[in-house]
Design a protein around this ligand. Structure first.
Ligand SMILES: Nc1nc2c(c(=O)[nH]1)N[C@H]1C(S)=C(S)[C@@H](COP(=O)(O)O)O[C@H]1N2
Ligand SMILES: [Mo]
Length: 428
């Protein structure tokens, strides 16, 4: 068994399979995961805030930025993680498999990390396509796994600290000729070493080819005489491959979150400017079952605070001073797009029922059912002058798909909280 494991490691040796490469890729991958974790937490708390939390409403594109970074960094993890797995692959065949408690901890944490990381980025990517071929709720699982992922990453880094420290700096890792300096225990396994340790390979009793005749025998002959495999990819070739793959993936999908990359958005599910009023649609009016209620000429918007209730018709809302704001829809699924909104300032509307500055709101949609039929809005968003009950987008009356007759649009909030087809706004 020991010979087999050593032989495995010997045959898997490659220029890019070394602790320096593992450290360099690990740095990038670790940073990407920490960025994803922090931006993910921000997104989580925006949607499920603790009572004491207050959020920044400026810059107005804050969530667009943090969520764009979340998705883009998550996508970059694919080539980085695969590259890292490639570079540490021979370590899978360590002998003895477990050398003590610390070593057990190291291997257990890395197993947990790799499996959770693969699931996490895969379901995250599928979510950007709104495709859920798995039997659990994306949101809860993605959130829970992120803690396992970050926890196991922390343990992994702690147990690997000596290696990370040893190979962190380029200067310490290479000699003047660009040759990698490896500590003895980090050198690849050689045939001589195996012979020294376990003795020479037992002689094969008879070459297989000679025991088999006919076509099969000839195939074995051919395998026996085949030239040894070409040397694996060079260190530089490997770095270039991972670098180009990462850059290309980011560039060819980043357009869903960052408008300047839209022209080369080949792979991401959402393009800018597509949909009614030149804006993509997430939940459709049909899915929300509002096709009749939203078009009802008797529609009113109810605004309530304690004992006071006001009903505003569409014409009433039009009679308020109308304000224009440039604000993005920034979906948790990664796509975002700027739009020009026109409508009633929310704080003007809420003043009609005497709302106080510190009071938050509850928004209700005409939508029949759905996770976002009812949402809460913190006082900071109500206070912000840019928050509108929008009646128009991009110079047109709101399309029913975008929330006709009226929808919320506030700066710095996730798309899920930009409630469409408003029906009721009440002070909490
Ligand atoms: N009532 C209601 N409003 C909603 C949703 C919803 O499911 N129900 N989806 C939200 C989501 S997830 C996003 S990203 C935005 C998208 O707005 P758009 O479809 O006008 O582009 O609307 C939000 N408003
Ligand atoms: Mo969304």
């Amino acid at each position: 068994m020991r010979r087999l494991l050593l032989e495995m490691r010997r045959s898997l040796a490659a220029p890019s399979r070394n602790p320096r490469m593992a450290t360099v890729l690990g740095r990038l991958l670790g940073s990407a995961f920490v960025i994803c974790f922090l931006t993910g937490l921000y997104s989580h708390f925006l949607q499920q805030p603790e009572p004491w939390m207050h959020f920044a409403t400026r810059p107005f594109f804050l969530y667009q930025l943090t969520q764009g970074i979340h998705i883009t960094a998550g996508i970059a993890c694919f080539p980085l993680l695969l590259g890292k797995l490639y570079s540490v692959f021979p370590n899978l065949f360590q002998t003895p498999p477990i050398r003590g408690f610390l070593h057990f901890l190291e291997r257990a944490s890395i197993t947990l990390f790799v499996s959770t990381a693969l699931i996490e980025i895969t379901i995250g990517l599928l979510d950007t396509f709104q495709w859920y071929p798995f039997p659990f709720y994306f949101k809860q699982v993605h959130y829970a796994l992120s803690f396992i992922l970050i926890g196991s990453l922390a343990i992994h880094i702690a147990t690997k600290l000596p290696v990370i420290r040893r190979y962190w700096f380029k200067k310490r890792s290479f000699d003047e000729n660009g040759e990698l300096l490896l500590d003895p225990e980090d050198r690849p396994v050689t045939s001589e070493q195996i012979v020294d340790e376990i003795g020479p390979r037992p002689e094969p009793t008879a070459p297989i080819a000679r025991r088999v005749s006919g076509v099969t025998g000839r195939i074995f002959d051919w395998i026996d005489s085949a030239p040894p495999p070409k040397p694996a990819i060079s260190r530089r070739g490997f770095v270039t491959t991972i670098g180009v793959a990462t850059a290309a993936l980011v560039a060819l999908t980043g357009g869903q979150s960052f408008a300047f990359l839209n022209g080369i958005n080949v792979f991401a599910p959402r393009k800018q400017g597509i949909g009614p009023d030149s804006l993509p649609v997430n939940r459709s009016a049909k899915a929300a079952q509002v096709l009749t209620t939203a078009m009802d000429p008797d529609w009113t918007l109810t605004v309530a605070r304690q004992g006071t209730t006001m009903e505003f018709t569409y014409a009433d809302l039009k009679a308020f001073p109308q304000h224009v704001e440039q604000l993005p829809i920034a979906c948790v699924e990664g796509w975002s797009q700027m739009a020009t909104w026109r409508g009633v300032r929310l704080s003007d509307l809420m003043a009609t029922v005497g709302r106080r500055d510190s009071e938050g709101l509850r928004l209700t949609s005409l939508e029949k059912s759905g996770a976002y039929r009812r949402t809460n809005m913190g006082a900071e968003y109500v206070q912000d002058d840019r928050t509108l009950v929008a009646l128009e987008v991009n110079g047109q009356t709101l399309d029913i798909e975008h929330g006709y007759p009226a929808r919320m649009i506030a700066p710095g909030r996730p798309g899920v909280l930009q409630t469409k087809w408003l029906s009721r706004i009440e002070v909490l």
